[in-house]
Design a protein around this ligand. Structure first.
Ligand code: PGA
Ligand code: ZN
Length: 430
């Protein structure tokens, strides 16, 4: 039987120039696979721990040599000799070796890098593309992309409160065309901003980061760009928001600096309801803060049958937190980030529970990314029909889109583009 022969981690840099973990895993037939983990900026407080060295002499404390050493010593000692095709066993082994609730001993960055590299090696060994290996030979759904073309919040320095203004070209006939729709809107947005003498430098996820007078103005720009590019707002290209509200939740109030407003959770939910009435918004992620369960209930009662409400910091890809959400009937969708929970197995279990409960799931990158395109294959494997992987610039974002192009081509006539079909409540009466 083919077994894991060698595991080697190293410290590499992510798209923000910060250290992250990369792992190379070799099987005894010399098949080698590599994986690198991403890193967030607006991280949820309930996420698994990303182990950093805190050694001020290196990378201002952000080094990951401890996580690297945990892979090379502790994890490798147990993983070397394990057979291929045993993802659950591999992940369970690391969970028990870690033994903590939030993976603080080994670090979620150490564990996830091995989990991903092992999956890739197993796929190579089985002579299957990763999306088939993880999703079975029926996997054929290409996700509709949510493209973050205007960046604010923690990903830019422009005093825009909402973190992400995304376009969603779900009206395209296939993924390749969806990518073109998105790229054309992005270019139109650039010329619109230029015309108004606004900055066209980009934020962490490759979207523009101009100073805006209000959060509404950002939405107006988006609609204008969609129309100027020749597309119909909502039916061809819709808007999705990720305000990342935990970041502007201060003393029980939602503080919108650009709008000069301090709102209660109820007022904030009503604010969104107004935006939904005025703009072609089909999805809002993290509209409220990560522990504001009562606010989420209000927001779900108000908008839960009109648009998609996605929990990111609220759920942190954690099955226990998702269970609470399902029980309390809050949101109707979950954002999925592998490094929030730290293993492939747990991530898949969370997605399965979401599907069972009738929640949609959106596979997502982080604001700190690498050239690794794992999530493109993963999105197709899971068949969730939605992916969030940044703007139409910066190669760490584009790499994911380009990989989806390859997958669509490979699948040929069996490829199915999800469009808006898997966006919760898309098409419901408004
Ligand atoms: P992060 O942002 O990767 O900085 O956490 C992405 C998001 O909030 O969805
Ligand atoms: Zn988010």
């Amino acid at each position: 039987m083919t077994m894991v022969k060698n595991i080697r981690a190293r410290e590499i840099l992510d798209s923000r120039g910060k250290p992250t973990v990369e792992v190379e895993l070799t099987l005894d037939n010399e098949v080698m696979a590599r994986a690198a983990v991403p890193s967030g900026a607006s991280t949820g407080v309930h996420e698994a721990l990303e182990l950093r060295d805190n050694d001020r002499k290196r990378y201002n404390g952000a080094g990951v040599l401890k996580a690297v050493a945990n892979v090379n010593n502790l994890i490798a000692k147990k993983a070397v000799g394990m057979p291929v095709g045993q993802q659950k066993e591999m992940d369970r082994m690391m969970l028990s070796l870690d033994g903590t609730k939030n993976k603080s001993k080994l670090g979620a960055n150490a564990i996830l890098a091995v989990s991903m590299a092992y999956a890739r090696a197993c796929a190579l060994h089985a002579n299957l593309p990763l999306y088939f290996y993880l999703g079975g030979s029926e996997a054929n759904i290409l996700p509709a992309p949510m493209m973050n073309v205007l960046n604010g919040g923690k990903h830019a320095d422009n005093h825009v409160d909402f973190q992400e203004y995304m376009i969603m070209p779900g009206g395209a006939p296939n993924f390749r065309e969806a990518l073109r729709y998105g790229a054309e809107v992005f270019q139109c947005l650039k010329s619109l901003l230029k015309k108004k003498k606004l900055a066209t430098g980009v934020g962490d996820e490759g979207g523009f980061a101009p100073v805006m007078k209000s959060n509404r103005q950002a939405l107006e720009f988006l609609v204008q760009a969609i129309e100027q590019a020749g597309f119909k707002p909502r039916t061809q290209v819709a808007i999705a928001l990720d305000p990342a509200a935990s970041e502007f939740f201060k003393n029980h109030r939602y503080v919108l600096k650009a709008d000069r407003k301090r709102l209660s959770n109820e007022q904030m939910a009503e604010h969104y309801a107004k935006l939904v009435r005025d703009f072609p918004i089909v999805s809002i992620e993290d509209g409220l803060a990560q522990d504001d369960w009562s606010g989420w209930k209000i927001m779900t009662d108000l908008l839960g049958d009109k648009i998609q409400l996605v929990g990111d910091d609220l759920f942190v890809t954690n099955i226990e937190r998702l269970k609470i959400g399902i029980e309390k009937k809050v949101t109707n969708s979950i954002l999925i980030k592998l490094n929030q929970i730290g293993t492939l197995t747990e991530t898949i279990e969370t997605i399965e529970l979401a599907k069972k409960a009738g929640y949609s799931a959106v596979i997502s990158h982080r604001s700190g990314e690498t050239e690794d395109t794992f999530i493109s294959d993963f999105a197709v494997a899971m068949g969730c029909g939605q992916i969030k992987t940044g703007s139409l610039s910066r190669s760490e974002r584009i790499a994911k889109y380009n990989q989806l192009l390859r997958i669509e081509e490979e699948l040929g006539t069996s490829a199915k583009f999800a469009g808006f079909t898997m966006v919760k409540n898309y098409g419901s009466a408004r």
